[in-house]
Design a protein around this ligand. Structure first.
Ligand SMILES: [Zn+2]
Length: 321
């Protein structure tokens, strides 16, 4: 029997834990999920909210079709046996949309039901794989609330926040690839709402023991202290994780999910990633006026001073430098 979540114990042996990665789209959650999933005793489940969208003909991260991958078959079989699939599909419609923001404030029957069914998934995976720490990178604030308040597991929420300019650039690139219209104001309000919901509504209710904020830029530019901090919070062993993530890179183990545009089966922390977020002075000003000033609460400034100045092209230096 798993203990109740509010008994105050930290990392008690015998009590599996869920590390939930929350954040806006394109925040780097998959990158962090892949890295943490490689810690000893941990297992990444990807976006648990969407687990039943996966089909056996899709490829596992090990490149085998899920139907031929023994660990996947074992985990899915265990989930199937507890009959969670149909119920989860019902309670988890539009799994990655933020349609139940009120869950961050109010306990409802649907919220409890979501946590119950998610617990069945966690039980199945913990039993089948023997993992002590399960990583769920569903991102969504309402699902984080459901698990944090109603799950039987000890749930810790890691909020990954990324500079809104990096986010907007990703959305712009995606819209261009899809041939859809990119509306900066709409994208910006989605990014702000989600981060404020997680950081300012949910975070204070969880307290320091169960909520940790981590900037994507710190993960990339200072992986050692950032991963040490996250692992200490999540009860994970960080030994060797930084070297693996920065040198040869890490692989996601057995996990299958619908095809994605970016191949996350093998990831490496590369400081050059940040350079793609650099914006011109004009765009920085527009970002700031559009609401970017709110991101000062997460340590960002208008000039993107987290970027190494050596890379600033002549003529685009911040004012006053
Ligand atoms: Zn596999």
């Amino acid at each position: 029997m798993i203990g109740t979540k509010d008994d105050g114990s930290a990392a008690a042996p015998g009590r599996p834990r869920v590390v939930y990665i929350a954040g806006a789209r394109n925040c780097g959650s998959t990158l962090l999920d892949a890295i943490l999933g490689n810690a000893p005793g941990a297992r990444s489940l990807g976006e648990v909210a969407g687990v039943f969208r996966y089909r056996s003909y899709l490829a596992c991260a090990c490149r085998e079709p899920a139907a031929d991958c023994a660990p996947c078959v074992a985990v899915l079989g265990a989930i199937d046996r507890v009959g969670a699939a149909a119920e989860f599909t019902k309670v988890s419609r539009l799994p990655l949309k933020e349609r139940r923001a009120h869950w961050t404030l109010i306990g409802t029957r649907a919220r409890r039901r979501y946590a119950e069914v998610a617990d069945l998934v966690f039980d199945s995976v913990a039993r089948t794989t023997g993992s002590r720490v399960l990583i769920d990178s569903s991102k969504n604030a309402s699902r984080a609330a459901a698990l944090a308040f109603d799950s039987r597991y000890d749930v810790r929420v890691v909020h990954v926040v990324r500079d809104g300019r990096g986010y907007l650039r990703s959305r712009r690139t995606r819209a261009a690839a899809d041939g859809t219209r990119h509306i900066p104001v709409a994208a910006m309000s989605g990014w702000l709402t989600k981060n404020l919901l997680i950081g300012s509504v949910l975070g204070p209710r969880l307290g320091k023991r169960r909520y940790l904020i981590c900037r994507y830029e710190d993960l990339i530019s200072d992986p050692r202290s950032t991963l040490d901090r996250i692992c200490a919070f999540a009860g994970l062993d960080a030994t060797g994780l930084v070297e693996a993530a920065t040198e040869q890179g890490v692989r996601r183990s057995h996990l299958y999910e619908p095809a994605r545009r970016v191949d996350y089966r093998h990831v490496r922390l590369d400081p050059a990633r940040l350079q793609s977020q650099r914006e011109s002075r004009g765009r920085n000003l527009a970002f700031w006026l559009l609401g970017g000033f709110v991101s000062a609460r997460w340590g960002y400034d208008r000039r993107q001073s987290y970027l190494p100045t050596a890379f600033v092209p002549v003529g685009d230096r911040p004012l006053g430098s």
